[in-house]
Write a protein that binds this ligand. Structure first.
Ligand code: PMP
Length: 462
């Protein structure tokens, strides 16, 4: 069936949405901006109870490397179910877990995998972040942590304290390379180098007020923060700075992992080898799974130092192992890099045609379009203030056109695209056609933040 065709509407749709808003907490998130009721899904496509079909570029917040219900994932799950294997086993050894660990280690940077330990954590990315912090604190006997402005590491206490949105935090905050609004006014490699020097000076200046930390955590591409790929040179500098000072480097690949950025792990681009790597989302093949993998010298935990009931999800391990193997066998990391570069080029032409696009950026199939106030003057670095109202209008117009996208960034003004790595060229074109159309419509109907009339187009929409 063609993507735009509809299936018969289900009358339950409205009632389900109404009951959700009455019963679920005020903290519900995606459900507010995406009032749909998914009932079936395959690959890039979700079918709603209202009978409409959507192209899903949210992919479970970057979880679905192979899209929805990929046959190899379903087959792996069915095999476990049909085998009679126990589904709940705490952290006991099983053939399913053994196969998952073997497959995961085969994909990791060799220097890490050869002398690595793995800890299966509670099922969410944030659980693995907490485990990483606890691990480096135990190993170093130190307490403080370093993290970056704009970061996102999760919603549990310590992970949140290391994230950009935290209000009360003891975690020392460092500048992340931020090209578009570079705090040093330069942008590019130079801005990143100045950010690295600031980090180095905080560590070396005995009067900086920053105690020697237990660890530093960073994302190779900040995702929720607004899609900021860090330059490889900056990542290498962070590796050198931390290694020279015996500070464990924790790399959070919860969102960037499993091919998303055009390399199997985003650290592969720069060649850095972290001391701890935090993994979740795609490694579970759409089911909950989270682990940390770390250098064995850091393994000074006592038995039971980090426990948890749900660390043995057999279905997630089977689905995850199948996903890792499929991405590896089909070089989907390379495909993500090539297709992402082509999509970025098309987004660049969209930016050239619309005043309201401040910047498009990304790496692989982790792409972002930042919407800005088309009437405001650019600052010294050429950046203009974010326009979250227009971004929300674009997201809504996308949904109207059967395209699911979400917003990210400091001001929720970055439209994010995280399609499955399996999409075809035609599907990529369909995504960008719908986005371009939605943008034109949103610009036509949304006044600028300063109340101006709709934007003038610079050219024709690609
Ligand atoms: N780290 C990163 C980089 C993430 O993007 C996320 C989730 N978006 C997390 C950690 C937290 O993962 P979870 O929501 O599964 O706790």
């Amino acid at each position: 069936m063609a993507l735009t065709e509809t299936v018969p509407a289900a009358p339950a749709h409205e009632g389900i949405l109404r009951r959700q808003s009455l019963r679920e907490s005020a903290a519900r998130t995606y459900a507010r901006s995406l009032p749909i009721v998914p009932v079936r899904a395959r690959g890039l496509t979700i079918e709603g109870a209202d009978g409409r079909r959507y192209l899903d570029c949210l992919s479970g917040a970057g979880t679905l490397a192979l899209g929805h219900n990929h046959p190899v994932v379903l087959e792996a799950i069915r095999t476990v179910l049909d085998s009679g294997a126990p589904l709940h086993v705490l952290d006991l050894a099983t053939p399913v877990k053994d196969a998952f660990t073997t497959e995961l280690f085969a994909t990791l940077p060799r220097e890490l995998a050869e002398k690595a330990r793995i800890q299966f954590c509670g099922p969410a990315g944030t659980d693995a972040v907490e485990a990483a912090f606890k691990l480096v604190r135990t190993a170093t006997g130190r307490d403080g942590l370093m993290a970056f402005s704009g970061a996102y590491h999760g919603m549990t206490a310590e992970a949140l304290a290391a994230s950009g949105g935290a209000q009360h935090t003891s975690v020392v905050r460092l500048p992340y390379p931020y090209d578009y609004r570079c705090p040093f006014g330069t942008g590019g490699e130079r801005g990143a180098e100045l950010a690295a020097r600031w980090t180095q000076s905080l560590l070396d200046d005995h009067k900086s007020g920053v105690p020697h930390p237990a660890g530093m955590i960073l994302e190779p591409v900040q995702g929720e923060g607004g899609v900021f790929p860090a330059p490889d040179s900056w990542l290498r500098r962070m590796r050198e700075i931390t290694a020279a000072r015996q500070i464990p480097l924790i790399v959070d690949e919860v969102q960037t992992g499993v091919g998303r950025t055009g390399a199997f792990w985003a650290v592969d681009h720069s060649g850095i080898v972290p001391d701890v790597i935090v993994l979740s989302k795609a490694i579970g093949g759409s089911l909950p799974l989270a682990v940390i993998v770390y250098r064995e010298e850091l393994d000074s935990w006592q038995p039971g130092a980090h426990a948890g009931t749900f660390r043995g999800n057999q279905l997630a391990m089977a689905a995850g192992a199948a996903t890792l193997a499929y991405v590896r066998a089909n070089s989907l990391d390379r495909r993500a890099g090539e297709l992402g570069a082509r999509m970025l080029t098309r987004l660049d032409s969209l930016a050239a045609a619309h005043d309201c696009i401040g910047e498009v950026r990304g790496r692989g199939l982790m792409l972002g379009v930042e919407l800005v106030d088309r009437d405001a003057d650019a600052d010294a670095t050429g950046a203009r203030p974010a326009d979250p109202g227009l971004a929300a209008a674009v997201r809504d117009a996308c949904l109207d056109r059967g395209l699911i996208v979400e917003l990210g960034g400091r001001h929720s003004a970055v439209v994010r695209l995280l399609p499955p790595l399996t999409i075809t060229d035609e599907q990529a074109d369909a995504i960008l056609d719908r986005l371009a159309d939605a943008l034109t419509a949103a610009v036509r109907t949304t006044p600028g933040p300063t109340g101006s009339s709709p934007t003038t187009m610079r050219g024709t929409t690609p």
